[in-house]
Design a protein around this ligand. Structure first.
Ligand SMILES: CSCCC(=O)C(=O)COP(=O)(O)O
Ligand SMILES: [Mg+2]
Length: 235
């Protein structure tokens, strides 16, 4: 990679295993979501998430009133099972996972090479940022309660789907504009984006960023459209 001035990383499949997210975090959220929503129904963040859920469902042609709590909960559970990266679902998951982390029910998985190189890059002065479909709160919990300890101080900032979907070029342009507020003179080509998903890398490359494809469990294709590696040690 050439003259990288800042690293932006995905989480699931990149720093951490897909199975931890799919087999631990998502089931925990599904198990606790109905009671959590009902217990916090007057919380403004929960109300906002329910209203956004009703709006998104309506856009899909499924009309649910914002006060039909059970139907909205069913819709959110459906989205968990579909791994839909819907912003209101992600906001609620972040709120629910907090309890699980604080109770010690689980710690976030980290690939050892990811922890090692994130620490090395941080110590060498390279600014590190996260872009994940998980909400900023969920990201902070994830790195704050990782199996390798509190890794949150390694990161200068976090971006989530409020910047846009991870497969859309405009999202990376939005992130670049945010980064330029604190990193004067930063260009897209100075940013290295790490992900396990080709469509996310395509979008980041289209925005002008450098890219590396983490293919941890699959073979590296001979004609990969992005530099492809099995571990952070090869970046
Ligand atoms: C931030 S922890 C949970 C991650 C999550 O909810 C998710 O959907 C994974 O998305 P990513 O963009 O990190 O692949
Ligand atoms: Mg990923």
């Amino acid at each position: 990679m050439q003259n990288v001035k800042l690293i932006l990383t995905d989480i699931e499949g990149t720093t951490s295993s897909i199975t931890f997210v799919k087999d631990v975090l998502f089931p925990y959220a599904a198990d606790h979501l109905p009671a959590f929503v009902k217990e916090h129904i007057n919380d403004e963040n929960v109300q906002a998430a329910l209203q956004q859920t009703a709006q998104l469902a309506a856009e899909d042609g499924d009309v649910i009133n914002a006060d039909e709590t059970d139907a909205l909960i069913a819709k959110l559970l459906q989205w968990i099972s579909e791994d839909r990266k819907a912003t209101p679902l992600k906001a609620l998951q972040g709120l629910i996972w907090k309890t699980g982390y604080e109770n010690g029910d689980y710690k976030a998985h980290m690939y050892p090479d990811a922890t090692e190189y994130l620490k090395k890059w941080h110590d060498s002065g390279l600014p590190l940022y996260v872009y994940s479909s998980g909400s900023v709160q969920a990201q902070e919990l994830f790195f704050g309660y990782s199996q390798d300890g509190n890794l949150l101080p390694l990161f200068k900032g976090h971006f989530d789907t409020l910047m846009g979907g991870k497969r859309e070029t405009q999202s990376y342009l939005n992130i670049l504009a945010e980064l330029q507020k604190t990193h004067t003179g930063l260009n897209a080509v100075d940013v290295l984006f790490l992900s396990d998903i080709k469509e996310e890398l395509d979008a980041a490359k289209e925005a002008g960023m450098q890219t590396v494809w983490l293919l941890r469990d699959s073979d590296i294709p001979a004609d990969a459209a992005h530099k492809a590696v099995k571990s952070f040690a090869e970046i």
